[in-house]
Design a protein around this ligand. Structure first.
Ligand SMILES: Nc1ncnc2c1ncn2[C@@H]1O[C@H](COP(=O)(O)OP(=O)(O)OP(=O)(O)O)[C@@H](O)[C@H]1O
Ligand SMILES: [Mg+2]
Length: 243
């Protein structure tokens, strides 16, 4: 059963349509990535799902519930954005606890859930550190823990790894996929790094100019591409031969 559906969505800035007749459906517990060139509408799609943008037309539903007019603060979604800075004046523990305290979760539950999440992202022992005392990858893991701790109904990532160096990017994407599968959270992941998208996704949506040109499993897109994916084939071939 599709868990997340966007039906005939239209979004425009001023008079210009960025998404038009946009349709997407994502299975429960799966990770879909949106892959496409700069300006094709990836962030716009995420902002719409998050509730930061309103659709001019169309419908967005999650688990059968219509979310089209639900305000952002009533959506229990987790976000990890490229520039989603941690609170610099709060410790790692307090950064992760923030969303729970906002939701008035009692103190002992906050403690249990924060510690479990820090365990999942391998940051035990870092509770009292401040963001400036962490490496880039550790900060990113705090951001992921902060997004996950509220047990979101949906997880949204917008280029979460683009500030990290190449090695760390590979480690972190493995980690994101592990956590996502462990917790079974439906996830929409945006990147313009094709290797990243193909390696962590159940499905990839190839976007161009506000439309989805192909939506398939990575292996299907590799074998039967509807469009030419620039420069990707050699590396993808190696990836699938190694699997
Ligand atoms: N607030 C805004 N006002 C007007 N136009 C906007 C606004 N935000 C985005 N756009 C335009 O909408 C289009 C889609 O932008 P979007 O941010 O969704 O692209 P993207 O696929 O995320 O690109 P990138 O890979 O560069 O992040 C672009 O042409 C952009 O210029
Ligand atoms: Mg973007």
């Amino acid at each position: 059963m599709a868990m997340l559906t966007l039906e005939n969505i239209a979004v425009s800035y001023d008079q210009q349509f960025i998404l038009k007749d946009f349709n997407l459906s994502v299975e429960k517990g799966s990770l879909i990535s949106l892959l496409g060139p700069s300006g094709c509408g990836k962030t716009t799609t995420l902002r719409l799902i998050a509730g930061f943008l309103e659709a001019k037309e169309g419908k967005f539903a999650l688990n059968g519930k219509d979310y089209t007019r639900v305000p952002v603060n009533k959506r229990n979604f987790g976000f990890v954005f490229q520039s989603y800075a941690l609170f610099p004046h709060l410790s790692v523990y307090d950064n992760v606890a923030f969303g729970l305290r906002l939701r008035k979760v009692n103190k002992s539950d906050v403690d249990r859930r924060v510690r479990r999440m820090l365990d999942i992202v391998n940051l035990n022992g870092f509770e009292q550190r401040y963001p400036k005392e962490l490496s880039g990858g550790q900060r990113q893991r705090v951001a992921i823990a902060r997004a996950l701790v509220i047990e979101p109904d949906l997880l949204l990532f917008d280029e979460p790894l683009s500030n990290l160096d190449a090695n760390l990017r590979v480690n972190m994407r493995v980690e994101i996929r592990r956590i996502q599968q462990e917790l079974g959270i439906t996830t929409v992941y945006v990147s313009h790094d094709q290797e990243e998208c193909f390696s962590i996704s159940d499905q990839v949506a190839i976007m161009n100019k506000g439309i989805i040109e192909q939506l398939d499993k990575p292996s299907t897109i590799f074998k039967f591409p509807k469009i030419r994916i620039r420069g990707a084939f050699h590396r993808l071939q190696q990836f699938y031969l190694l699997r």
